[in-house]
Write a protein that binds this ligand. Sequence first.
Ligand code: DSN
Length: 412
Amino acid sequence: MNNLKTVDPEIADLVHQEIERQRDKIRLIPSENYVSSAVLEVSGSVLTNKYSEGYSKKRYYEGQQIIDQIELKAIRRAKALFGSESANVQPYSGSPANLAVYYAFARPGDPIMGLALDHGGHLTHGWGVSITGDFFTPVRYELHPETHLIDYDMVRDLALKHRPKVIMAGATAYPRIIDFEIFAQVAKEVEAIFCVDMAHIAGLVAGGAHPSPVPHADVVTTTTHKSLRGPRGGMILMKKKHRKAINKAVFPGLQGGPHNHTTAGIAVALKEASTDEFKAYAHKIVENAKHLAQCLNEKGFDLVSGGTDNHLILVDVTKRGTTGKPFAKALDKAGIVCNYNTVPFDPRPPFDPSGIRLGTPSLTSRGMGKPEMEKLADWMAIVSDNLENEDALAGIAGEVKELCNGFPAPGI
Ligand code: DSN
């Protein structure tokens, strides 16, 4: 970054510090990853200089000879990788992608249905502080109080009662496989559009490590930067019959010009995700998550639903005499980065909830495996017994850094 160093040494220094942070810590936030050097290069390329409102061959500005080819390649690769009939690669991220779906199929005040945020859903699945819960009428299904699995009876009952225009499946903090077939049946019964937000699991779906929602859903939204390991961006896959409505909702409905440097980054990530190497990566993410879950169980941690089927683990830490926030902060000091998170039916407030949320996409990108999951569980147990012991936390941070040295991160 020699040019950056010359022009703006302060920002250059901060970027360098972030590189070191990402290099020296174990990153367990399940929505984060390390993109490849190829994705980084194209994301910082001259493609950022071009405006291209519209879609390929139907743009509002001239000079699209190259951009059209890039966007069409991204679309073709998305369709091929996920087996979808159509794709829109322009959403700026997951939230605009979800908003585009509601805008395409519902009018203000119409009911839309999604998993409650405090049960693992996302803000844009109709939570009150989001435009999606404010401009539409949210109907929220929850998890079953005993199993902590999605309460599919509740989904059906609420759908029959409220007749939502859109039924959203997908989650940000749900460690189990979602039964897309049941959702599709319910949506059919009430004539709703069935949308799956697969942002968290897109990489697992691409690699065949999680059932695909594409055959079941009318529309599938996703971010491109989580387990899919692409740049910060969004994508919508859909049945051909919904292409016109979705494209119109994305542009001109919600957005202006697409971020072409991101579109190219998505194209590159989709190419990478169609390799056998990526398939192995996707399966390894799940294997690591299951092993980490088992090791944490053995250390006496209380896991929501008892374990995991995907990339994510939700831990209720209250039985270890702490709460989510102080534990997450102590872990960070020990070089292990996660986020505090509510657990289902959490009696505690979201700013200091009962749990933490862990995920394995990033550490798997570094090539870590079972022995490292065992070490990680050991460290987490020690941290939980030494929340305020700065020396112990600093000692673990040193060991974590040493371990990380042996597992270089992509792009760094
Ligand atoms: N912020 C993302 C996550 O961490 O799950 C969801 O968009």
